[in-house]
Design a protein around this ligand. Structure first.
Ligand SMILES: NC(=O)c1ccc[n+]([C@@H]2O[C@H](COP(=O)([O-])OP(=O)(O)OC[C@H]3O[C@@H](n4cnc5c(N)ncnc54)[C@H](O)[C@@H]3O)[C@@H](O)[C@H]2O)c1
Length: 145
């Protein structure tokens, strides 16, 4: 399968590396260009036991790719995992979901066929409905199931 991990942090990088190790083609995308440059040079920005070996071998084999180009990664994938941060909001006692909704808008702008979209970020109940509403706005009916 062709998989896109949006957010190459603890969740996106570790899960993406493991999906690649299972034989999938994985794009790990991050808006932090410094992080992507490091990963493209096989430098791992976080520590998890065994992660460096898995990232390096799968990156070298071409199954694990790193980019800041979210549109390209969305277009070339069958499954998209949203793995961006959801910090506690400074104004109210709830999660700040603006990164998740921003990613959903970018998915809508770049979706080119039916895709499975998974929210891996920690979000409150009903966020899935809001993401679906953003993505399904003005897209072709045969992209929806
Ligand atoms: N860390 C954990 O063990 C863990 C476990 C379960 C769930 N979660 C949840 O998963 C989510 C991610 O956690 P994390 O620890 O990986 O966070 P993280 O901060 O390590 O990684 C998030 C990454 O998303 C990137 N990002 C933000 N907006 C982006 C965009 N528009 N396009 C591309 N990249 C973007 C950031 O630059 C950052 O590198 C959070 O909601 C967290 O609560 C985390």
């Amino acid at each position: 399968m062709k998989i896109c991990m949006i957010g190459a942090g603890y969740v996106g990088l570790v899960s993406g590396a493991c999906f690649a190790d299972l034989g999938n083609d994985v794009w790990c995308v991050d808006k932090d260009s410094q992080k992507i440059e490091m990963l493209n040079n096989n430098q791992i920005p976080i520590f998890e036991p065994g992660l460096e070996e898995i990232v390096t071998s799968n990156h070298d084999s071409g199954r694990l790719m790193f980019t800041t180009n979210l549109g390209l990664a969305i277009k070339s994938s069958d499954i998209i995992f949203i793995c961006v941060g959801t910090p506690t909001s400074k104004k109210k006692d709830s999660a700040d979901l603006h990164q998740v909704f921003s990613v959903a808008t970018t998915i809508r702008k770049n979706i080119n066929k039916y895709k499975i979209i998974v929210t891996k970020s920690t979000v409150p109940v009903s966020t899935g409905d809001k993401i679906e509403k953003i993505i399904s706005k003005k897209i072709k009916k045969n992209y929806l199931m």
